[in-house]
Design a protein around this ligand. Structure first.
Ligand SMILES: Cc1cc2nc3c(=O)[nH]c(=O)nc-3n(C[C@H](O)[C@H](O)[C@H](O)COP(=O)(O)OP(=O)(O)OC[C@H]3O[C@@H](n4cnc5c(N)ncnc54)[C@H](O)[C@@H]3O)c2cc1C
Length: 470
C-alpha cells in the first residue's frame, strides 16, 4: 500500500459502529457459514445461523420464507433510485451479471439495490433496535463515558473488570472496579476486544511481556488473523448535477435534497452514497461470487473527505467501486503499551497476497467495463481516476495501492475455532479462561461475503442463546 496510513474509524458510542455505519444490510453468502462449520465451527453452518438472521430483522419489503418480519432491526430496500442507479443495474445486465431479486433471501449472486437497516429511511442501529427498549429493564445498568481498562482474572477465572470514567468534556475521571458473579461478555469489536484481552494478560505471552504485562494465558491468536475488505474505485465526471458532490456546490439541489429527506424520507440524503451493488464471479467455475461491485454517488481523491485537498471533488462526480469478498492477506492488531489511552498498532497488510492483487485489478477492470456500457454513456463526461493512461496490470495495481481504502469491515482478531490460533470456542468462550466470552465481529473466523454488521449482530444473538442455554 505504498507505506500509506489509513483512517479506520470505529463507533465509540452506544450501538457501536452500527450507529455510524453505511446501514447496508448483508447476511453474506450461505457458503461462508458452511465453510466455517466444515472448518470446525460446528453449529455455525448456514442452516444454523439462518433462524438467527430471521429473528434479527423486520423486513419491510416482500420477501420469501427466509426473511424475518418481527425482529428488532428494521430493514428496507433503499429509498433512492435515480438514473445513476438504474444505469448501474442495466450496465450489469449488459455484461451478463444477473439481477438478484433478494440478495438476503438466498439468491446472493447478481446485481441489486441495497437493503438498509432503516426505519422509514432513518438509521435503525442496535442502540435503536435493541437497547432503547431494554434500558427500561430493572436488571440492566448502562454506563456511558467509560473506557474498560482490563478484566480482573484470578486462577483463570474472570472476577470482574476495571474501567475509567470520563467527564462530560471527555477528561478522564474516576477509576472503577466491578466484580461479577456470572460471566463477562466482551463486545468491544475487532479492534477493542483483542486490546482489552491483551491488557488483561490474555494473548501471545512474548508480546505481552515485551509490553510489561504478565501473561495469564498464552493465546497467540489474540489480535492476529485481522481481515478487512479493501475498497478500490474508478471515478467519473457526471454530465448531470445529481451527486453528493453537488450538495456542496449547488444550493438549489442541496435545498431540494434536504426537503426530500426531511419531508418525504426520500432522495440522495437517505443513502450512504452507495445505492446498488453486484456480487459477481470473476470465473464461471467458481462456486460463489468473489467480488463486489457498487456505485457511489460521490467522488474525491480520498474515500473520506478528511484531509485538506483530499475532500469531495468540485465537479459532479461518481465512482464505480470494487472489493474482493474473501481476501487471503492477514494482518494484526496489538496494543503498543499497557496504557488504555494509547492507540493500537494496526497492520492491515492489504494486498500482501498475489491472489488479492489480481482480484483488485480485475475489480478495476470490471468497473471500467461497466462504465463503457451504453446506460452510462450519457452520464459520463470523462474518466477522472485512474485516467485512461493507466491501463496495464502493474499501473492498475499501483493505482489500487494509491486509492485503496478500508471498507470498515475488520474481523477475525479473536477467531472462533479449535485450532491453536483460535481464541474462542464455538460457544464463544475464551480458551483457558472461565466466565469469559467474546461476542462481536472479532470472533468471525473469516470475512463473510460483504458487510459485517448483520453477522456481528447474529453473533450477539447466538451468544444470548448460549448464556440462556438454549
Ligand atoms: C464507517 C463505517 C461504515 C460501515 N458500513 C457498514 C455497512 O454499511 N453495513 C454493514 O453491515 N457494516 C458496516 N460497517 C461495519 C459494521 O458496522 C461493524 O462490523 C459492526 O458494527 C461491528 O460490530 P461490533 O460489535 O463487532 O463492534 P462495534 O460496533 O465497533 O462496537 C464496539 C463497541 O465497543 C466499545 N468499546 C471498544 N473498546 C472499548 C473499551 N475499551 N471500553 C469501553 N467500550 C469499548 C465501542 O465504543 C463500541 O461501542 C461499517 C463500519 C464503519 C465504521
Amino acid at each position: 500500500m505504498l507505506g500509506k496510513q489509513l483512517y479506520w474509524p470505529r463507533g465509540r458510542l452506544l450501538g457501536g459502529s452500527s450507529n455510524i455505519n453505511g446501514m447496508v444490510v448483508t447476511r453474506g453468502d450461505k457458503h461462508n457459514y458452511d465453510r466455517w462449520r466444515d472448518a470446525g465451527c460446528s453449529g455455525w453452518g448456514y442452516e444454523d445461523v439462518l433462524p438467527i438472521f430471521k429473528r434479527i430483522e423486520k423486513f419491510r419489503n416482500k420477501g420469501n420464507a427466509s426473511r424475518g418480519t418481527k425482529g428488532p432491526i428494521d430493514v428496507m430496500e433503499i429509498a433512492h433510485k435515480d438514473i445513476l442507479s438504474e444505469a448501474f443495474m442495466h450496465a450489469c445486465s449488459d455484461i451478463d451479471i444477473p439481477i438478484a431479486d433478494d440478495y438476503n433471501g438466498g439468491n446472493y449472486e447478481g446485481a441489486h439495490y441495497a437493503q438498509m437497516s432503516q426505519t422509514n429511511a432513518k438509521r435503525c442501529s442496535t442502540e435503536v433496535g435493541y437497547l432503547r427498549g431494554a434500558r427500561r429493564r430493572p436488571n440492566l445498568t448502562v454506563v456511558t463515558r467509560a473506557l474498560v481498562e482490563k478484566l480482573t482474572i484470578k486462577n483463570d477465572q474472570v472476577r470482574g473488570l476495571k474501567y475509567l470514567e470520563f467527564d462530560s468534556s471527555g477528561h478522564p475521571g474516576n477509576a472503577h472496579e466491578v466484580t461479577v458473579s456470572g460471566e463477562v461478555i466482551l463486545s468491544a469489536g475487532a479492534i477493542g476486544s483483542p486490546m482489552i484481552l491483551e491488557r488483561s494478560g490474555v494473548g501471545k505471552a512474548e508480546l505481552l511481556e515485551e509490553r510489561g504485562i504478565k501473561a495469564i494465558t498464552d493465546l497467540p491468536g489474540v489480535g492476529e488473523n485481522l481481515q478487512d475488505h479493501l475498497n478500490v474505485r474508478t471515478t467519473y465526471e457526471c454530465t448531470k448535477p445529481i451527486t453528493v458532490n453537488d450538495l456542496f456546490t449547488k444550493r438549489a439541489f442541496a435545498i431540494r435534497s434536504g426537503i426530500q429527506y426531511f419531508v418525504l424520507r426520500r432522495g440522495l440524503m437517505t443513502t450512504p452514497t452507495i445505492t446498488c451493488f453486484a456480487h459477481v464471479k470473476t470465473d464461471h467455475e467458481l462456486e460463489t461470487p468473489d467480488l463486489k461491485l457498487g456505485i457511489a454517488h460521490v467522488s474525491g481523491k480520498d474515500r473520506f473527505a478528511m484531509a485538506d485537498g483530499l475532500g469531495v471533488d468540485t465537479f459532479s462526480g461518481f465512482g464505480l467501486t470494487a472489493f474482493q469478498l474473501h481476501p487471503q492477506s492477514r494482518g494484526s492488531v496489538h496494543i503498543r503499551t499497557s496504557d488504555p489511552f494509547h492507540t493500537p498498532e494496526i497492520y492491515a497488510n492489504y494486498l500482501q497476497s498475489e491472489v488479492d492483487q489480481r482480484a483488485v485489478v480485475t475489480g478495476l477492470e470490471l468497473c471500467r467495463d461497466l462504465a463503457a456500457q451504453k446506460p452510462f454513456r450519457r452520464l459520463i463526461k470523462r474518466e477522472v481516476r485512474p485516467g485512461t493512461s493507466i491501463s496495464n496490470y502493474e499501473s492498475l495495481l499501483n493505482y489500487a495501492r494509491e486509492c485503496g481504502n478500508t471498507c470498515w469491515h475488520p474481523v477475525g482478531t479473536c477467531k472462533m475455532g479449535q485450532d491453536s490460533r483460535s481464541v474462542v470456542d464455538t460457544e464463544l468462550r475464551v480458551h483457558g479462561i472461565s466466565g469469559l466470552r467474546v461476542a462481536d465481529a472479532a470472533v468471525l473466523p473469516t470475512l463473510v461475503s460483504s458487510n459485517t454488521n448483520m453477522p456481528a449482530i447474529m453473533v450477539g444473538e447466538r451468544c444470548a442463546d448460549f448464556i440462556l442455554n438454549k
